[in-house]
Design a binder for this molecule. Structure first.
Ligand SMILES: [Zn+2]
Length: 107
């Protein structure tokens, strides 16, 4: 007598054997058929880990490219604050004007 098992992935019913389901050696079988398990593993590999690494690389690259700009923006904010408080000197005033122009034209 051969019992069957319904796959919780594709919802098809297969004979409850190791031919269709992964088993850990005892009578317990994975809820998904081998086909679904393989597909989900492949997707995990493809989308999960791989993409995550790519995204990290991308972020690092973007950050490195933006770093000088972020520094300038922070400097501009700092100088603007000084300007508001009227504690800015002429050199810093000139620097601020330069920064404003530079950031305006930044692509
Ligand atoms: Zn399935």
């Amino acid at each position: 007598m051969c019992s069957t098992k319904k796959c919780s992935g594709c919802e098809k019913t297969y004979p409850k054997t190791t031919e269709f389901f992964h088993s850990n050696g005892t009578n317990r079988f994975r809820p998904n058929c081998k086909n679904c398990t393989n597909i989900s593993l492949r997707n995990l590999r493809k989308e999960g880990k791989l993409k995550k690494r790519d995204r990290t690389e991308y972020c690092k690259k973007r950050y490195a490219e933006n770093k000088p700009r972020i520094k300038k923006i922070n400097r501009r904010t700092y100088l603007r604050r000084k300007l508001k408080k009227r504690i800015i000197n002429d050199d810093e005033k000139a620097e601020l004007e330069l920064l404003v122009e530079e950031l305006k034209n930044w692509k």
